[in-house]
Write a protein that binds this ligand. Structure first.
Ligand code: ADP
Ligand code: ADP
Length: 216
């Protein structure tokens, strides 16, 4: 059975300028252990779709099963959103239930090259490091599903490449599913098991490509 299954019939935003239909008839399933990349034009409804899948937006027509509130989902957005008054280590620890897995945290800090930064505050970090912390935090509680919204944009090639490899290794080592929004088709071809191509707004699935060959 799929890990997550979404059928979004319709999602509209209502504002003073009128109604915007952001998503229409979008069906998406994610299998356990599968790495899925969502690709579509700017403004087509990708972030809206992710918010619905995460249970952050419940004002839509359709269904997501299981209820996202019953699934531990790790999330990292383009903007790292770290708490500035907490250290790197505290930011990651806050994603863990109290008292859990100090050992896991040490491994995570080591894997992500953050040991030297664990006692620093987010204001002292480059964007690349802040994204690392945000990804480590998303992985801290070993979620079955990781949702990423453009996690590698605005990084130099080296920083982006290192982070991609870390995410892929974490996914493979833990049998985790990943759903990632990206504009970078080469990145998607390298990472994904399946590409889902979305239409211009309102987003629906134009087509899917299964990449069953070794990573390109
Ligand atoms: P994408 O992530 O693909 O760029 P979004 O899901 O962010 O697209 O947005 C889809 C459409 O919905 C866009 O036209 C956007 O302007 C509109 N939209 C997004 N959020 C809101 C909101 N809170 N209120 C009104 N319109 C919104
Ligand atoms: P580019 O021309 O941008 O370097 P490539 O076609 O070489 O892209 O690879 C596609 C994407 O996958 C690249 O952006 C690259 O960072 C990433 N990538 C390829 N191989 C690796 C690897 N061994 N480790 C991490 N990232 C990789």
């Amino acid at each position: 059975p799929p890990l997550l299954e979404a059928r979004i019939t319709r999602k509209c935003y209502h504002g003073p300028g009128g109604t915007v239909e952001a998503v229409g008839n979008l069906s998406l399933t994610i299998a356990p252990g599968e790495f899925v990349c969502l690709i579509g034009p700017s403004g087509c409804g990708k972030t809206t779709t992710l918010r619905i899948l995460l249970g952050l937006d419940r004002d839509f027509e359709g269904q997501v099963t299981p209820d996202p509130r019953d699934l531990a989902i790790g999330v990292a957005f383009q903007e790292p959103r770290l708490l500035p008054w907490r250290t790197v280590e505290q930011n990651i620890r806050l994603a863990l239930p109290a008292g859990r897995r100090q050992r896991n945290l040490d491994h995570l800090l080591a894997d992500f090259g953050l040991v030297a930064w664990r006692a620093r505050y987010p204001g002292a970090l480059s964007l690349g490091l802040a994204r690392r912390v945000s990804l480590a935090r998303a992985l801290a509680d070993d979620p079955p599903l990781l949702v990423l919204d453009e996690p590698f944009v605005s990084l130099d090639d080296r920083a982006a490449g290192e982070l991609r490899a870390l995410v892929l290794a974490a996914a493979q080592d833990h049998g985790m599913s990943v759903l990632m929004v990206t504009h970078n088709i080469r990145e998607a071809l390298w990472l994904a098991d399946r590409l889902v191509l979305l239409s211009p707004r309102p987003a629906h699935v134009l087509g899917e490509v299964v990449l069953d060959a070794p990573r390109l």
